[in-house]
Write a protein that binds this ligand. Sequence first.
Ligand SMILES: Nc1ncnc2c1ncn2[C@@H]1O[C@H](COP(=O)(O)OP(=O)(O)OP(=O)(O)O)[C@@H](O)[C@H]1O
Length: 222
Amino acid sequence: MITFNRVSKSYGKHNKALSDVSFEVDAGEMLFLTGHSGAGKTSILKLIMRIETISYGQAEVNGHNIRHLSDAALPHYRRDLGMIFQDHRLLENRTILDNVAMSMWLRGFTVKESRKQARVILGQVGLAEKTRFYPSQLSSGQQQRVGIARAIISKPAILLADEPTGNLDPDLSLELMDLFMRINANGTTVVIASHDLILIKRLRKRVLVLDSGQLIDDYRPS
Ligand SMILES: Nc1ncnc2c1ncn2[C@@H]1O[C@H](COP(=O)(O)OP(=O)(O)OP(=O)(O)O)[C@@H](O)[C@H]1O
């Protein structure tokens, strides 16, 4: 489902974020990317999303060679991907319902259909009572769940999450991971960038470890 073959990424001439990174992820897997701050976790997610482009090497995602994906092909390519950002990126002047519905509406569904589906998904992430609220009226954990609802409403084949538990307490973090496990159990491939080693250990999933842009370990619990 995801293959990185000796991928390197540089920002400008002197800032090498990834060096010669190779790994494969099968359809339906759930795994973590970990490593110190600046190790290259976000860069890998951004390359997969094609927010950034590969400098050297090749990568295939969901049957697409992302090194040579044209800008015109991007909307179609991204249709099968969902991304949860570190900073939520919710629209402050829209309700929670519309923040989530927008994702479907942009794909060509009517407002009515989009809102109907958004209600269903918000129920699944435990926010049925908050649909009329605005982002600023929600806690950080609730905002994160809106971000997840927005990312999964279109049933992506691959879900990417960047430090989704960043500023949540341990209980909420576990709750959120439980949600990712359920999404994964329904067949979605899930890749989570996180430096929360305690949480990662508890979940007993595959872990790719980055150090200064190099992949130094690919740990699979037996
Ligand atoms: N847009 C950019 N321009 C220049 N350098 C960048 C850019 N984005 C990332 N970098 C650099 O690339 C390296 C890897 O950054 P990246 O964000 O991938 O790390 P990370 O492991 O996700 O870090 P964190 O845990 O702090 O989010 C860092 O040295 C960073 O400074």
